[in-house]
Design a protein around this ligand. Structure first.
Ligand SMILES: NC(=O)c1ccc[n+]([C@@H]2O[C@H](COP(=O)([O-])OP(=O)(O)OC[C@H]3O[C@@H](n4cnc5c(N)ncnc54)[C@H](OP(=O)(O)O)[C@@H]3O)[C@@H](O)[C@H]2O)c1
Length: 272
């Protein structure tokens, strides 16, 4: 089944679910997860320099024989490579590891105060060279986006942030929507926490789905792109089987109440 996609501000499409590859052990585990995902019709993969598995994603995609043009690959420049002299050489290494001559999306992994402005100019350069079809950011809050939008010549296509029913980030999601920036939901399963929540269980029962599927469907309902991670074939399949039902207004109202600002990853809120 073809997975629905959203249109980015570049005009290109982004498949609305991607396989997250952190913390997926480099090597056999990563390759097996990618193969299971391809079998389950995933065509979108989210890696990063910091995950140490770009080469295993590249190898698994190559071995699959699937056309490069059918797959959406994201990588991210790690914080230690954000110095403006390091970005392009580190990106070229990523391309080598991924066995490709372009990525579909290249992100700044975190808004490091000292380096993020000059780093964006380098991403624009890479984008103009055609080696990143789209560029974007990750862990950017409204203040970081405001700064970037004032100065950029290429607008970010995507902002990838922690987002799930327990951390709904409504102001940020609304801001990105207004600015034409797609929000990707990282840790959309709250890194495995809270799946036994009674509200989630009740809604899951009503739709004949699992609580994980309710959490992921919620991400779709608010117009974002969830990036669930699993290394288990059955869960990988389960996590993309979310396009045959919808959450209704009542479900969404109940899920709204689960927002409790619960973070599982780094908190960029106070990064100046
Ligand atoms: N940009 C950033 O700074 C950033 C930060 C964090 C994450 N991310 C991205 O977001 C992706 C996902 O985030 P995440 O890995 O933190 O968390 P997640 O996808 O919210 O949760 C993953 C956890 O849930 C378990 N799980 C997966 N599917 C399940 C299911 N159907 N039922 C029950 N448990 C399930 C996984 O275990 P098993 O693997 O054992 O199935 C794992 O322990 C990452 O892989 C990465 O690509 C980006």
């Amino acid at each position: 089944m073809a997975i629905p996609s959203l249109k980015m501000n570049t005009g290109a499409k982004i498949p609305q679910v991607g396989l997250g590859l952190w913390i997926v052990l480099p090597g056999f585990v990563a390759k097996k997860a990618v193969r299971s995902a391809l079998d389950a019709d995933y065509r979108h993969f989210d890696t990063a320099q910091a995950y140490h598995n770009e080469q295993h994603l590249g190898a698994a995609l190559k071995e699959s024989g699937i056309d490069r043009g059918e797959v959406f690959i994201t990588t991210k420049i790690r914080t230690t490579n954000l110095g403006s002299d390091d970005i392009i050489p580190s990106f070229e290494k990523s391309l080598d590891k991924l066995q490709t001559d372009y990525v579909d999306l290249l992100l700044i992994h975190f808004p490091v105060t000292e380096t993020r402005k000059a780093a964006w100019q380098k991403l624009e350069e890479i984008h103009k060279s055609g080696r990143a079809k789209a560029i974007g950011v990750s862990n950017y809050m409204v203040s970081h986006l405001e700064e970037l939008l004032k100065e950029c010549t290429v607008k970010p296509a995507v902002n990838q942030v922690e987002l799930h029913v327990f951390l709904q980030m409504t102001e940020l999601v609304d801001y990105c929507k207004k600015k034409g920036i797609i929000v990707e939901a990282y840790s959309p399963l709250a890194h495995g926490h809270g799946m036994d929540d009674p509200v989630l269980q009740k809604i899951a029962k009503k739709h004949g789905k699992t609580t994980a599927q309710i959490m992921l469907r919620w991400c779709l309902e608010i117009g974002t792109v969830p990036l669930p991670k699993s290394t288990h074939k059955d869960r990988i399949k389960e996590n993309i089987d979310i396009f045959d039902f919808k959450l209704d207004i009542g479900d969404m109202a109940e899920l709204k109440k689960l927002d409790r600002g619960f973070r599982t990853c780094w908190d960029p809120t106070n990064v100046p």
